[in-house]
Structure formats: C-alpha cells, structure tokens
Design a protein around this ligand. Structure first.
Ligand code: DC
Length: 344
C-alpha cells in the first residue's frame, strides 16, 4: 500500500450549516468511492474553505459519513481576487492500493472551473475527446480548436509515428522487446501550424505518411506496449501543461488527463464508422473493400478496448455524444457549447 493524498473541491449555494455539510458529504463520498478508499485507512483530512463560508466547519460532514478516528483540520483561505467564492477544498491522505498517477482528484460544481490565481501560470484548459476509430474525433477536434484558438493534439498520430518507424526498420510490432530496444532511437516532435499538429519522426515531417491502413492496423498493436505508452504519456502531459488543448485519443479522459476540464466520449454505429472511413479512402483515391474496412475497424476496436493498459473506455465523468446521425457541425457546436459553459 502507498500513502497517497487526494484532492477535491466543491462550491456551495448558501452559507448555511445544512448546505455546507451536505455538499461536503457529497464531495467526500465521491472521493472515497472513486478511489476505493477504506475509511479505516484514512490518515488525515485537511479542509480549507473560502472566507465567505462561516456558518459551520466542513469537518462536521466527516462524522456524518462515519469517519471518526483520523486527524482532521479546517483552515480558512486567504481572499484571492477573482477566485471562486463559496468553495470548500479538501485533501485526504490515506493508505491506498493504487499508484499516484491513477488517483482521481474530484472537482464538483463551480470548482470544475480553473482557479485563475494558480491555473493561468502553467496549466492550460484541457478538453479530452476519446472514442473509437471513425467516431469523428479528429474532424471535430480540428473545427473546435480553430474556433476556440486552442491547439489540437492528435495522440493517435504519435502511436502511428512509432509504428511507421518500426515498419520502415523491419521491427516486428508484435515483439515488445524488439520495439523497446528501439525506443531511444525514435525521436518524436510536434509543431503546431495554425493550431494543427505536424508530427516529425527524427526531424522528418511524417504527418501524411502515417495515414495508411497498414499503419492504422499495426498502431493498435504498438499501442499495447507499456514502454511506448509511457514515452508518449510524458509528451502528451507536457503539452497539456503548457497550452490550452483539445486532445483526442483513446485514454485521454481516463489516463492522460484525468483532470481535464471537459471530457467528451464520441461514439457511432459500426456501419456509419465504416462508411466514413471508406469515404475518406475514396477521397484520397485509395482502393478499398467495404467489408474489409468494416472488419478492420472491429478488430481495432477490440484491440483498443481489451488491452491491459489504458484501454479505450468512457471516463465516468465524460459526456457521451453518439454521432451516427449528426453532422460534423452539429457535433462541433454541441462540444463548443459545453466548453464555453465550463470556461466562464
Ligand atoms: O486515432 P488513430 O486511428 O490515429 O489511432 C491509432 C491507434 O493508436 C489506435 O488503434 C489506438 C492507438 N491509440 C491509443 O492507444 N491511445 C491513444 N490515446 C490514441 C491512439
């Protein structure tokens, strides 16, 4: 077991004892449930609340939900101009069976928004868009990023780039040891032109080269290798720390950016996704057979959903949009509306 600290915050509606207690209970219960904390394993809890909360100590809520024998402290925060009002923050320290990167920090109600006093310095606003192949992620992400002047980070392109290197150098994508040995020779860098990602493999721009069916197929095999995911995770988090991003992929909301400000899960029926992929291939003048394209997507879905680490999965707090019968612009408008509501 590790000693872990989990953070959380919630805003309240009224400065009354009932409202303070009920909201604190909601926050504590959600942190405990999402992180599988056993109450007897809690070491201590520190609360801090904004200066406008005066009618009760949030600590009362801990007793109500059956936490009775750990150290508890309640602090009052200093006033910071333009920061949230009526906000209760908490940090729970406990013995837990999970790794630090898997902790789920919980932000509820208005506390989901950025704290202007600390956030503007080195973290950006992050939108995570996950979903299976052909659900429309990259098309809508490009539209949204342009509209909001965010940068669009296509994480699938990173897995494809490592795959391209392996195919070019006769490295067997199914052999993890062979791929591991090569990772230090693979230098991936990104450049954003008008907000759109250009991806470089050892200084060569491979943005177009990685868009083949062969690379797509092998990328879902490469994506199962832990060392590959770790290498890319660091690059992905680094970009999100320093920019406002729309980041799309399979594990962005669940794993790469678990605290993203907005999480969207796009989905669509398999036939619609296969149709879209065929239209794309046909626009590029590539040959295809519908049944093979459809089966290829099913195989990739299976590989992406069933792999051991960071599988494709909707984050608990993601909003699902089924794009089967929606136009690209209908989907983009929906997401832009959600982002604007959260950005205020
Ligand atoms: O979105 P795409 O087709 O470009 O992704 C290529 C492969 O990369 C896909 O089969 C799964 C993998 N991938 C992943 O495992 N995690 C991500 N965040 C993005 C892509």
């Amino acid at each position: 077991m590790n000693i872990c600290s989990i953070r959380g915050a919630i805003t309240i509606e009224e400065n009354t004892k009932e409202n303070i207690v009920i909201n604190t209970e909601t926050l504590l219960n959600e942190i405990i449930e999402k992180n599988n904390i056993k109450k007897e394993n809690i070491i201590n809890i520190v609360f801090s609340s904004t200066k406008d909360i005066t009618k009760a100590y949030p600590a009362i809520a801990t007793r109500n939900i059956g936490i009775t024998d750990c150290a508890i402290m309640c602090l009052q925060e200093m006033y910071v101009e333009e920061s949230l009002s009526m906000c209760i923050r908490v940090m729970i320290t406990a013995y837990l069976d999970i790794e630090k990167q898997d902790l789920k920090h919980i932000y509820l109600k208005e506390a989901k928004k950025l704290r202007p006093d600390i956030s503007l310095k080195n973290t950006g606003f992050a939108v995570a868009i996950d979903g299976p192949a052909g659900s429309g992620k990259s098309t809508v992400s490009k539209i949204i990023s342009k509209e909001l002047s965010f940068i669009y980070v296509d994480t699938g392109a990173m897995f494809r780039t490592i795959t391209l290197y392996c195919l070019q150098n006769n490295i067997n994508c199914n052999n993890q040891d062979e791929v591991n040995k090569e990772l230090n020779n693979i230098n991936i860098s990104l450049n954003f032109e008008n907000g759109i990602q250009q991806i470089y493999l050892n200084n060569e721009n491979v943005t177009e080269k990685i868009r083949t069916q062969e690379i797509a197929k092998n990328a879902s095999i490469i994506a199962q290798i832990p060392s590959v995911r770790e290498k890319l995770l660091n690059i992905q988090r680094e970009i999100a720390n320093n920019n406002n991003v729309i980041m799309d992929g399979r594990d962005i909301g669940t794993n790469v950016l678990p605290n993203a400000n907005v999480k969207i899960y796009l989905d669509a029926d398999i036939d619609e996704r296969a149709k879209r992929r065929c239209e794309e291939l046909s626009t590029k003048g590539e040959k295809f057979e519908y049944d093979k394209v459809r089966q290829g997507i099913i195989d990739r879905d299976n590989a992406d959903k069933n792999r051991k680490i960071a599988p494709l999965k909707k984050a608990d707090d993601a909003i699902t949009i089924n794009t089967t019968s929606l136009s690209i612009y209908e989907v983009s408008d929906k997401i832009i509306k959600i982002i604007k509501e959260n950005i205020k």
